[in-house]
Design a protein around this ligand. Structure first.
Ligand SMILES: Cc1cc2nc3c(=O)[nH]c(=O)nc-3n(C[C@H](O)[C@H](O)[C@H](O)COP(=O)(O)OP(=O)(O)OC[C@H]3O[C@@H](n4cnc5c(N)ncnc54)[C@H](O)[C@@H]3O)c2cc1C
Length: 295
């Protein structure tokens, strides 16, 4: 989280301002979550996480129809608008003169002699790139690329559905809500007037199942009637790549100049600055080794 403010400062523009909308509130609905949130407060107080006095927050009484057992507030966590973030990142790439090639990589091959670059990358349009370092971040497709080089890092796609709802209310129902609330593992993000983004499901089938949408909108039976009966404005889904036999993400130098930075599962956006920092350090080490080889 430390790196996010630095990133925002670097990529923010006046046309597309981005900021972290803080704080984040997490609510517990069962004993297991109560224990886990209590531990969090105990161990992470220095990071700005504290207990929330549930009874003094009218929005909690109003928005949930079953008893919320505990709540914590994290003053430094929050939400970033992902669309604005992508626009800013693209602009930053252009400003840094990063060449973008809109082609699939079909094959990666090892260079065969010391005078060649270490890697050859074959694109779908027939073009070949020769490079000393490659960073593979192709989610579920990453393993296909490295398998031909004798490596195996299997992953599984986990489908996630999300919705945006609009309430039939005149007053702004969410006027006193924090920017992001997590309840029953569902993220609740109020935006505009009486609209809210809700998600996301964890589905192993490749086809989205509408039962999960009901579960999301009802916040697994906890949503107030106003929220549960609101109209769905839009719905979407995506695939997250999760490593099969190890924890996410996969950050690994599998051969000199062949770097895996992928399979972030549910946290690819959250971990983007930390991942970029890790990759930058690996490349710097690689550059040192290459320079030593030359002299
Ligand atoms: C509904 C939903 C909600 C989410 N919410 C959050 C959240 O709140 N916070 C959070 O941190 N994360 C969230 N995530 C997870 C996050 O979206 C992922 O972790 C993130 O997208 C992973 O990014 P990625 O670039 O590694 O992989 P992807 O986004 O899957 O992108 C992989 C890219 O690789 C490209 N590719 C594949 N094969 C090749 C090839 N051979 N050659 C060239 N390119 C190739 C694909 O075209 C694609 O563009 C959410 C995911 C979903 C589905």
């Amino acid at each position: 989280m430390e790196l996010w403010p630095q990133w925002i400062q670097e990529i923010n523009t006046s046309e597309n301002p981005i900021k972290i909308e803080q704080p984040l509130v997490e609510l517990a609905t069962n004993e297991e979550e109560v224990i886990s949130l209590s531990k969090l407060v105990l161990n992470r107080k220095d990071l700005g996480i504290e207990l929330l006095d549930i009874r003094s927050h009218e929005w909690i009484q109003r928005s949930f129809q079953k008893k919320i057992l505990k709540g914590v507030i994290s003053h430094n966590d929050g939400r970033i608008d992902p669309i604005q973030l992508q626009i800013c990142l693209r602009k930053a790439l252009t400003k840094e003169k990063v060449e973008k090639i809109n082609q699939n990589v079909e094959l990666i091959e090892k260079g065969t002699s010391l005078i060649e670059k270490r890697w050859k990358v074959y694109l779908a349009n027939g073009e070949k790139l020769e490079l000393d370092s490659i960073i593979i971040c192709a989610a579920t497709q990453s393993n296909k690329l490295i398998k031909k080089l004798g490596h195996d890092r299997p992953s599984q796609p986990i489908l996630g559905q999300a919705i945006s709802i609009k309430l039939e209310e005149n007053e702004n129902y969410f006027h006193d809500w924090p920017p992001i609330v997590i309840c029953n593992q569902i993220n609740l993000i109020p935006f505009k007037l009486n609209e809210m983004i809700m998600g996301a499901s964890l589905e192993t089938s490749p086809i989205p199942n509408s039962e999960y949408l009901k579960q999301i909108q009802s916040i697994s039976g906890y949503a107030s009637e106003v929220i549960a009966k609101a109209s769905i404005q839009s719905q979407w889904y995506g695939l997250r790549s999760r490593p099969i036999d190890r924890p996410a993400p996969l950050l690994e130098v599998i051969e000199p100049g062949l770097i895996l930075a992928t399979n972030h599962y549910r946290n690819g956006i959250l971990l983007a600055p930390a991942t970029a920092d890790w990759v930058k350090n690996q490349i710097a080490q690689e550059d040192n080794i290459l320079t030593q080889d030359i002299y």
